[in-house]
Design a protein around this ligand. Structure first.
Ligand code: NAP
Length: 295
């Protein structure tokens, strides 16, 4: 048996189609969506990533404004985020990490207006997700759900083991899974007997950042494995957290690295931006209509 490949490409295509539909609706009403990316570093890989967001936005008819503040200070970055919060033409804000040394990124993301926090970076967004209120989840966590739903992997009533408890992946993902009635184990570096969780899970999500951590001995037969990890191996190749050669013949389905979760995230950032813009547009239209009714 060889595992089904849970490729991210068709999932991203489907998300882009949803975004295109919303963009068409916005344009019909005379609106457009705008994403602002605050880039406070000269890091080559980060700059490349931001350029890829710009290209993807252009392809979807979403405006993308990159605010470059290399070596920006806490005060400058604070003022930038506050200005973006107050700018009605901006619907999504991303503070791209890393930030310059000495700058407190945690304090900055707390400033992002939750209605514009399209990558779920503000802890308020995670808090809202936890109590079931509307909020944007981090795109990476949401990508895992989009993949599972696209390939119709059942979640309700099933045990899902999430390995990794960061605020960007593990914790928000656990909330999204709970919302779908999964029974969730959140595992981490201090989990005793990690295989006891992964071997009994119908779905295992690896979000650690350690190549080959999950081998065939630690997964259940015919289970589903989603690999969020991104690592560079000794040959300079991008690999996930899963030991693919041993796990693939044992499981029912596996998401590849590259070509899995990472393929979906940018599409989701743009969908979230357009969803935020649609909400603003609907509010403005509703206000206009109620004003004209009152007149
Ligand atoms: P992180 O903040 O470093 O968190 C890693 C998590 O893994 C922590 O909760 C840590 O436990 C846990 N962990 C470490 N060693 C472990 C072990 N031996 N057994 C079990 N758990 C262990 O990383 P992150 O930001 O969540 O990212 C996780 C991975 O996803 C990285 O490879 C990252 O590059 C990748 N990623 C991919 C995308 C994408 O778009 N594809 C986006 C974001 C991240 P403790 O909490 O106890 O330290």
């Amino acid at each position: 048996m060889t595992a089904q490949r849970l490729s991210g490409k068709p999932v991203a295509d489907e998300i882009r189609a949803r975004t295109a539909q919303l963009v068409a609706g916005l344009n019909r009403d005379g609106f457009s969506a705008r994403l602002a990316v605050v880039l406070a570093t000269r890091n080559e890989a980060t700059t490349w990533y931001v350029r890829s967001i710009e290209r993807a936005a252009a392809a979807q008819g979403v405006e993308c404004q990159v605010l470059e503040l290399p070596d920006g200070t806490q005060a400058q970055l604070t003022a930038t985020i506050e200005a973006l919060n107050g700018d009605e033409a901006v619907h999504g804000i991303i503070l791209q990490t890393p930030v310059p040394s000495g700058v407190d990124a945690a304090a900055l993301v707390q400033l992002i207006d939750p209605t514009k926090d399209i990558d779920g970076a503000n802890p308020l967004s995670l808090g809202r997700l936890t109590v079931g209120q509307p909020a944007f989840a981090p795109a990476t966590a949401r990508s895992v759900i989009e993949i599972l739903e696209h390939y119709r992997i059942p979640l309700a009533g099933h045990h899902v083991a999430v390995v990794g408890r960061s605020a960007v992946v593990g914790k928000p993902l656990a909330q999204l899974l709970l919302q779908r009635d999964a029974t969730v184990s959140i595992c981490h570096s201090q989990t005793a007997e990690l295989p006891e969780f992964t071997k009994t899970a119908a779905v295992t999500v690896m979000a650690v950042g350690r190549a080959n951590l999950l081998t065939a001995h630690e997964v259940a037969d015919s289970s589903v494995v989603i690999d969020v990890g991104t690592n560079v191996d000794d040959d300079g190749q991008l690999v996930g957290d899963v030991h693919t050669a041993s796990v693939q013949p044992k499981v029912r389905a596996l998401s590849p690295v590259p070509g899995g979760v990472g393929t979906v995230t940018t599409a989701l950032l743009l969908l979230h931006t357009v969803q935020a813009a649609t909400k603003v547009c609907q509010t403005i239209m509703w206000r206009g209509e109620s004003m004209s009714t009152r007149r």
